[in-house]
Design a protein around this ligand. Structure first.
Ligand code: ADP
Ligand code: MG
Length: 781
């Protein structure tokens, strides 16, 4: 049934070639007990290994049941070992971290036999070798003889045709040897048993046939057999180990070394902890920042001023040639500085103002306008009426919605200290700062003075001012227009029935918890008042006269040119009548134009801010660059900035933490490599039982999988637990609660990352393990 034909095997070490088997011809009967005798080094083990398909012959042929093995593939040899051969070694070669039952079941595990059948068959053979009660013991809890019985049971359990035993009694005392020999000869009743021994007495008393080897050749054969050529009827079942089996096998190995595994997992989890914490923190900060932004930055107005920074940076770098720094050329370059101008001039038109005011009013808390108009306002002090310089008195409009003067903006962001919020067009309020302070020059200009630096609320609320329309305020005097009265006492104007009464209805102060950019201190009035004044002013004599004249009708000074070089960015009403004033400036001050110099839009919240900017962008659709109106979104700028700073910091920190991930990957590689060295013999045993190279890789991949999963889970658990102390420390420092928040998706991702990295780290050692020659693996200590 098994035939060796001119089998030759040599080993080459360096220059020296050792012929271990020299053209051996031997045939074995299907059922006989053959003892191989010979001195040490005569080639007995080599012969046995080649018979068992554990080692490959150099030339000749091994014929199994009539089938030549010349063209056997690795998988054929694996199947042969698993199905047809059972090995018994001198040193038992049991897998130390598996119990007796698992050791015996291993070859069945490799051929994919069901759990229940495995157990049944394993207990059956264990009973046969008389060790049924020891099934749950580990190998090191047994005596040598018992271990060898287990090894025999393992060899028998797959019911192979051939049992190959290499000096099975070599490590046993003579009494135990006899028991083992009895067991083997009992087996030999219905199998081919080939046993190597250097004990001729044992051979003679038990074997049916004795073959003697010397220097790799057969020197005697007590019962030669010459087989007639058989028909090929050999078809063993291929083996395959499932990843689950590999996991179980590695799991048991890992359990046997729990502390080392725990420490390894912990060490390699440090990288995961680092990355997880950094991500948790940055996640938390992101959430905090966006909440903060939603809560407070949304109150920053979107501003449309006459001059805006050009957001479209791409327009800048259009130069055909980049200028070179510190050029060597001995020439001077001319360039056009205006080409690179990053500011954009917004020409705000009435249509644009209408467009802005048409906006869905539910999106806004209010809109405020800055206008150059200088309304004619009079105060009464000590019985004398004088005009109020609005610039000095801090006049500005408060944000409001167009349909009502009652402002949501003031209501939301300001506390009323005395009186009430403005309800009517002619209602005005005094804004004080967080300290209830107002600059002395403002108070003086408003005629609100006191001896002891304190003014009672009651003395302010109810104070009246008078607004006079241009036609009442100005009178024509020759070619000029002058104030209609004695400037030091304008009581007549003040008391005239055409004068509008403006009443201070309240004193307001920005709320403590509001971060909105507050209005400046001084008087706040409604834009409707300004509009009312302007509507009237447009038809006034002084305006009409100014429109017709080339000189300033108020003081006779001549305009140098009529461009708008005097316009200032977001400037309040300019009252200085310097020579730089243009005709447009003067007209604007007189109220000839209803177009504001700047617009501030206060969004209700973050989402509506987005909608507002979308709405404003729509205006620019299809307009030429120069005709577009660009707004400044301060909140957006801060958001983008803080967002990108956060992500930059996160990247840097993650990079640092990732270094420890790489370190742990290398460490895992080393640990697995050590494990491979430690388990070399186990690899040999598994191969002798029919495990494929693939299965060996699987066993070690399973081990790295387990370590990777453990360290990933451990890392996430520790990182999660750490978020509590970290959060309480951060809360103490910043008043922000729950900053570190571990995103579950990130957590799962990190466990996966840990598994992947450790598996990469263990991949090379696992491949090395698979490549190990089974014979050498079994030889190793
Ligand atoms: P035996 O089992 O009869 O003592 P072996 O079959 O183990 O002998 O070895 C036969 C010869 O082959 C010996 O000379 C031994 O040194 C040599 N040999 C066996 N295995 C190797 C090997 N892996 N590398 C080099 N020489 C080897
Ligand atoms: Mg030997």
């Amino acid at each position: 049934m098994i035939q060796l034909k001119k089998i030759k095997k040599t080993y080459t070490t360096g220059d020296f070639t050792q012929v271990a088997l020299n053209e051996i011809d031997l045939s074995f009967r299907a059922n006989e007990f053959v003892a191989i005798l010979g001195q040490s080094g005569s080639g007995k083990t080599t012969l046995l290994n080649i018979l068992g398909g554990l080692d490959q012959y150099d030339s000749g042929d091994l014929i199994i049941n009539g089938r030549s093995t010349k063209n056997f593939k690795d998988s054929d040899w694996d199947a042969y070992r698993n199905n047809s051969v059972g090995f018994v070694f001198q040193s038992y070669n049991l897998i130390p971290h598996l119990n007796i039952l698992d050791n015996i079941e291993m070859s069945m595990t490799l051929s994919g036999i069901s759990m229940s059948e495995k157990k049944e068959r394993a207990l059956e053979v264990l009973e046969r070798v008389g060790l049924k009660e020891h099934a749950k013991k580990k190998p090191n809890q047994l005596s040598g003889g018992q271990m060898q019985r287990v090894a025999i049971a393992r060899a028998l359990v797959n019911n192979p045709d051939i049992i190959l035993a290499d000096e099975p009694t070599g490590a046993l005392d003579s009494e135990t040897s006899v028991q083992i020999m009895d067991l083997i000869s009992e087996i030999a009743k219905d199998k081919l048993v080939v046993m190597v021994t250097h004990n001729p007495d044992l051979a003679k008393s038990y074997a049916d046939r004795i073959v003697e080897l010397s220097d790799g050749s057969v020197v005697s054969d007590s019962d030669p057999y010459s087989e007639k050529d058989e028909v090929d009827n050999y078809n063993p079942k291929k083996t395959s180990m499932s990843f689950f089996t590999a996991l179980k096998l590695s799991g048991k190995n890992i359990l046997a070394k729990k502390w080392r595994t725990a420490l390894t997992s912990f060490a390699s989890s440090i990288g995961i902890i680092g990355v997880a914490l950094v991500l948790a923190l940055s996640n938390g900060f992101d959430i905090q920042i966006s909440e903060y932004e939603k809560g407070t930055l949304s109150n920053y107005p979107i501003q449309i001023t006459q001059t805006a920074m050009n957001i479209d940076m791409s327009a800048m770098g259009n130069d055909e040639e980049e200028a070179v720094e510190y050029p060597k050329d001995e020439v001077v370059y001319s360039y056009d500085s205006s080409e690179n101008n990053v500011t954009h001039t917004n020409t705000i038109t009435e249509e644009y103002v209408d467009y802005v005011e048409d906006m869905d009013s539910s999106l806004i808390d209010g809109i405020s306008y800055t206008r150059s108009v200088n309304m004619n306002i009079l105060k009464m002090e000590d019985g004398k009426a004088t005009s109020v310089n609005q610039s000095t008195a801090g006049f500005s409009t408060y944000p409001s919605k167009s349909e009502s003067t009652d402002s949501d903006f003031l209501e939301e962001n300001y506390d009323v200290l005395a009186g009430s919020l403005p309800k009517d067009t002619n209602d005005i309020v005094l804004i004080v700062d967080e300290y209830n302070q107002v600059d002395v020059s403002i108070l003086n200009e408003l005629g609100l003075t006191s001896d002891d630096e304190e003014i009672k609320f009651d003395d302010i609320v109810g104070t009246e001012y008078k607004l006079l329309y241009n036609d009442d305020y100005y009178t024509k005097s020759g070619d000029y227009y002058v104030v209609n009265g004695t400037p030091t006492d304008l009581s007549d104007l003040y008391n005239s029935e055409n004068a509008e009464t403006l009443t201070v209805t309240g004193i307001i102060r920005i709320k403590e918890d509001t971060n909105v950019s507050g209005l400046s201190t001084g008087i706040a009035y409604s834009d409707d008042l300004a509009k009312k004044f302007i509507e009237n002013a447009k038809q006034s004599e002084v305006v009409l006269a100014q429109e017709a004249a080339d000189y300033n009708v108020l003081n006779g000074s001549v305009f140098s040119s009529n461009d708008s070089s005097g316009s200032t960015m977001g400037g309040r009403n300019t009252s200085s009548l310097g020579s730089t004033q243009t005709k447009d400036d003067v007209l604007a001050q007189l109220g000839a134009s209803s177009v504001p110099t700047s617009i501030s839009i206060y969004p209700v919240d973050f989402d509506s801010k987005e909608k507002i900017t979308e709405y404003l962008d729509d205006w620019n659709d299809g307009l030429a660059d120069t005709d577009q109106i660009q707004y400044t979104d301060m909140a957006e700028m801060i958001t983008t900035l803080s967002g990108s700073i956060m992500s930059a910091i996160t990247i840097v920190l993650v990079a640092f933490a990732a270094i420890s991930l790489v370190v742990s990957m290398i460490m895992i590689g080393i640990i697995i490599y050590i494990s491979v060295l430690e388990r070399t013999r186990e690899i040999g045993v598994l191969r002798s039982l029919g495990a494929r190279k693939k299965d060996i890789t699987r066993v070690f991949n399973a081990e790295t999988f387990i370590i990777g999963t453990c360290s990933g889970l451990l890392g996430i658990l520790i990182a999660y637990l750490l978020t509590f102390p970290v959060n309480s420390v951060l809360e103490g420092m910043t008043d922000l609660a729950n900053i570190a928040q571990l995103d579950p998706v990130v957590a799962i991702g990190l466990v996966a990352l840990s598994v992947i990295l450790t598996m990469i780290g263990g991949f090379i050692p696992a491949k090395m393990a698979a490549k190990k020659d089974p014979v050498e693996a079994l030889r190793s200590e």
